[in-house]
Ligand binder design. Structure first.
Ligand SMILES: NC(=O)c1ccc[n+]([C@@H]2O[C@H](COP(=O)([O-])OP(=O)(O)OC[C@H]3O[C@@H](n4cnc5c(N)ncnc54)[C@H](O)[C@@H]3O)[C@@H](O)[C@H]2O)c1
Length: 259
C-alpha cells in the first residue's frame, strides 16, 4: 500500500531535474501523476516509462487557458485532483540590476510568480471538489536574502512566499494546505546548464565545500520533504516554509587549527 494510493498529483516542471524526481516518487507511492511541462518530448517519455497511472499534459504555467486544460485533464483521467506542486521555475542570466532589461524581468516574474498564482487559481476549485488537498510552492533559499546579479529570480521567489501565506489563510477552512519549500543548491540542469541568455552555469562558480554538509543537494533530498508535506502526516501544517539546503544558510563551517 502506497502513501498516495488513489490520490492525483500534478507537478509543474515535471520533466525537470527535481520535477521528475517528485513525479517518480509520487507514482511509486501509488499516486496518479500529471507531468505538466513545456517539454513534450521528455514528458511523453517519462509518462510512457511509468505507465498507466501517469500522463503528460502540455502546460505553459504563464498561460491561464493551458492551466484550465491541465486541471481538466487530471479530473478527466483520474476523477479528481488532490495535490498541486508548483515546481516550474527559471533563473535569469546573471546581471546587475542596471543591466537587466525589462523583458528578462517580466519573463522571470511571469514564470516563477504569475505561473504559481495561476496554478493556485486553477487548481483550487478542483481541490475543493476533492474535499481538500495540498499545494506546495517551490521557492528557493534565494528568497530568504539577496543575491547579487539575480534580482528577477530573487524577487519572484520572495513574492512566492507572500502568495503562499495568503493562500494558506484563504484556503485553510476548505482543508487545502499551502506550504513553501526553499531548496538550496540542488544538482539539476538548473545549476549545471547556463540560464537562457547566459554563458556560465551556477555550478561553474559555486562550491558546497565550505558549508556544513559539503555536497550539492540532490533532487531526492527535496522529494522526501515534499512527500511529507503533501501527505496526511502534515495535516496541521500550512503557510509554513521549509529550508532544505544542507546548512548553506548557516554560513561557512570554519575550521580552526585545533579542530
Ligand atoms: N536546482 C537548484 O539549485 C534550485 C534551487 C532552489 C530552487 N530551485 C527551484 O526548483 C524548481 C525546479 O528546478 P530544477 O532544479 O528541477 O530545474 P530544471 O531546470 O531541471 O527544471 C525546471 C523545469 O521547469 C520547466 N519549465 C520552464 N518554464 C516553464 C513554463 N513556462 N511552464 C512549464 N514548465 C516550465 C522546464 O521545462 C523544466 O522541466 C524551480 O522552481 C527552481 O527555481 C532550484
Amino acid at each position: 500500500m502506497g502513501r498516495f494510493d488513489d490520490q492525483t498529483v500534478l507537478v509543474t516542471g515535471g520533466t525537470g531535474g527535481q520535477g521528475s524526481s517528485h513525479v517518480r516518487a509520487f507514482h511509486a507511492e501509488g499516486a496518479n501523476v500529471l507531468i505538466a511541462d513545456i517539454d513534450a518530448e521528455r514528458g511523453v517519455e517519462l509518462a510512457d516509462e511509468l505507465g498507466g497511472r501517469a500522463r503528460f499534459t502540455h502546460l505553459d504555467v504563464t498561460d491561464e487557458s493551458s492551466w484550465s486544460a491541465a486541471v481538466l485533464a487530471a479530473e478527466r483521467a483520474f476523477g479528481a485532483l488532490n495535490v498541486l506542486v508548483n515546481n516550474a521555475g527559471v533563473q535569469n542570466p546573471p546581471a546587475p540590476i542596471e543591466q537587466t532589461d525589462r523583458a528578462t524581468w517580466s519573463r522571470i516574474l511571469d514564470i516563477n510568480l504569475t505561473g504559481t498564482f495561476l496554478g493556485i487559481k486553477a487548481a483550487v476549485p478542483a481541490l475543493r471538489r476533492a474535499t481538500g488537498g495540498a499545494i506546495v510552492n517551490i521557492a528557493s533559499t534565494m528568497s530568504l536574502g539577496g543575491t547579487a546579479h539575480y534580482a528577477p529570480y530573487v524577487a519572484s521567489k520572495w513574492a512566492v512566499r507572500g502568495l503562499t501565506r495568503t493562500a494558506a489563510l484563504e484556503l485553510g477552512r476548505d482543508r487545502i494546505r499551502v506550504n513553501t519549500i526553499h531548496p538550496g543548491v540542488i544538482a539539476t540542469p538548473f545549476i549545471h546548464e547556463p540560464a537562457a541568455g547566459a554563458t556560465a552555469a551556477i555550478a561553474d562558480f559555486f562550491s558546497p565545500e565550505p558549508f556544513a554538509i559539503p555536497r550539492l543537494g540532490v533532487p531526492a533530498d527535496v522529494t522526501g520533504l515534499l512527500l511529507f508535506l503533501t501527505s496526511s502526516e502534515a495535516s496541521f501544517i500550512t503557510g509554513s516554509e521549509y529550508v532544505i539546503d544542507g546548512g548553506l544558510l548557516l554560513g561557512p563551517a570554519l575550521r580552526t587549527e585545533a579542530a
